[in-house]
Design a protein around this ligand. Structure first.
Ligand SMILES: NC(=O)c1ccc[n+]([C@@H]2O[C@H](COP(=O)([O-])OP(=O)(O)OC[C@H]3O[C@@H](n4cnc5c(N)ncnc54)[C@H](O)[C@@H]3O)[C@@H](O)[C@H]2O)c1
Length: 417
């Protein structure tokens, strides 16, 4: 049987349930051995859920094994049932301090499902102890924090994956990236991505979210950190992971109805950002939690010199010169042809399996620390540029982040800018 990666879950709030299900789905390859939360009740609830989830899966697999049509399927189901049954004997340890969990349990990896302000300290602590790290989005509040995480993991020789909604792990994204990076749509010089919610602000229009979502000290920012992060991640991946050079952003907060809760709400509700990359490409991104916008095309548009992508649709330019009777060129007649995308004949794991596989091989996770760092540079840079009212370079971004005054690591956007 293959070695199982021993996982310690840090943060047992809303999204941690998806981590529990994510690892339980791979009983031969991963085992949740401990959970940690500063709120005891949350840790206990998730630990109980790990045990009941494993027991339920073991029972179902045992029943299915009896009805399996092939010996191979029966054997696989029995092996999985045995692995899930082991949870009952091994139990799940509960901690309130992740440093203790990392010290006391023989973990291979931690899975971070805490609010963003805990991502950097917990990831660095885990990396320094030689543990691989899977981190929830957004990777961090600032580019400096993200760089610390990436560097600590690289230095320790451990893998850093971060949850980007599986935006890189599907045949279409893989194929688009291939077209972009192999020159099949010519010189890719520009990308544009737009995405909106009409009203979708956590704790204003949608309920049940942690109190930290609207406070930049804890979250890093609003719409761009919460949901924009997925789109920026996908764009960076599709464009071949170019390195941002300069960033120019504007941000807005002030959409009615206004937030009436007691917590601090200092985050942006809309962002527009223009990024120049070091390889000459550029990229515009518009995103809002709360927009009075209907009918506007949303998605990603990629501009190449011999073709383009309009979302997942590929267009190739097949035009030709019109000539006169003597064969002299008169004018170029464009012919933009929608062309079926060649999809790879390749299996794509889910994001947890992608991470688990990376932990036991030389491979990097598809959504890794290098991509997460570029995404965080764009997110942090967009809000800082908005605050300053001018374009900034990525070098300057790090200098400015170093100047920030504690305890406010975020970049609050004043009303009405
Ligand atoms: N809620 C969602 O729909 C959603 C979706 C995708 C990703 N995410 C991301 O997942 C992360 C967590 O979000 P959530 O919605 O689960 O938040 P949450 O507030 O529901 O849960 C966070 C948990 O972390 C715990 N925690 C805080 N500090 C801790 C520490 N130092 N050590 C251990 N535990 C600590 C809290 O007590 C809480 O139980 C965020 O980065 C968020 O952006 C959330």
């Amino acid at each position: 049987m293959p070695k199982r990666i021993k996982i310690g879950l840090i943060g047992c709030g809303m999204i941690s349930g998806s981590h529990v299900n994510g690892y339980l789905a791979h009983p031969q390859h991963a085992e949740i051995v401990a959970v940690c939360d500063t709120v005891d009740a949350n840790a206990k609830r998730r630990a109980a859920e790990v045990l009941s989830g494993a027991e339920g899966r073991a029972n179902s697999a045992t029943d299915e094994a009896k009805k399996a049509e092939s010996a191979e399927a029966r054997e696989r189901l029995k092996e999985n049932a045995a692995r899930w049954t082991e949870y009952k004997d091994n139990g799940v340890k509960i901690f309130s301090d992740y440093n203790e969990m990392i010290k006391e349990c023989e973990l291979d990896a931690v899975s971070l499902a805490t609010p963003p302000f805990v991502h950097e300290p917990a990831a660095v602590a885990a990396a320094n102890a030689g543990k691989h790290v899977f981190c929830e989005k957004p990777m961090a509040r600032t580019a400096t924090e993200a760089r610390n995480m990436r560097d600590a993991c690289d230095k320790a020789g451990v893998k850093l994956a971060y949850q980007s909604g599986g935006t890189c792990l599907n045949p279409t994204s893989y194929a688009i990236r291939e077209y972009v990076t192999s020159g099949k749509i010519g010189d890719v010089h520009y990308g544009r991505l737009t995405s909106y919610r009409v009203r979708g602000r956590p704790n204003v229009d949608m309920f049940g979210f942690g109190k930290w979502f609207l406070n930049s000290v804890y979250s890093g920012g609003g719409t761009v950190y919460d949901t924009g992060v997925y789109d920026i991640n996908r764009s960076i991946y599709l464009l071949g992971s170019p390195q941002p050079a300069t960033i120019s952003g504007i941000a807005y907060r002030g959409m009615p109805p206004e937030y009436t809760g007691e917590e601090i709400n200092d985050v942006e509700e809309f962002v527009s950002v223009f990024v120049r990359f070091t390889n000459g490409m550029s990229f515009t991104y518009e995103h809002g939690w709360s927009c009075n916008m209907a009918g506007q095309p949303q998605g990603i548009f990629i501009f190449g010199s011999t073709g383009s992508f309009s979302n997942d649709k590929l267009f190739l330019e097949k035009g030709k010169w019109e000539t006169d009777d003597k064969g002299n060129r008169r004018r170029y007649q464009s012919n933009l042809v929608e062309t079926p995308l060649e999809l790879p004949d390749k299996h794509f794991p889910d994001k947890f399996r992608d991470f688990i596989d990376a932990c036991s091989s030389d491979a990097q996770p598809a959504s890794n620390g290098d991509i997460g760092l570029k995404v965080t540079e764009i997110m942090s840079g967009s809000l800082l540029s908005a605050k300053l009212g001018r374009e900034i370079s990525v070098e300057e971004l790090y200098e400015l982040e170093a100047l920030r005054t504690e305890p406010t690591p975020g970049w609050p956007i004043p009303l009405g800018i």
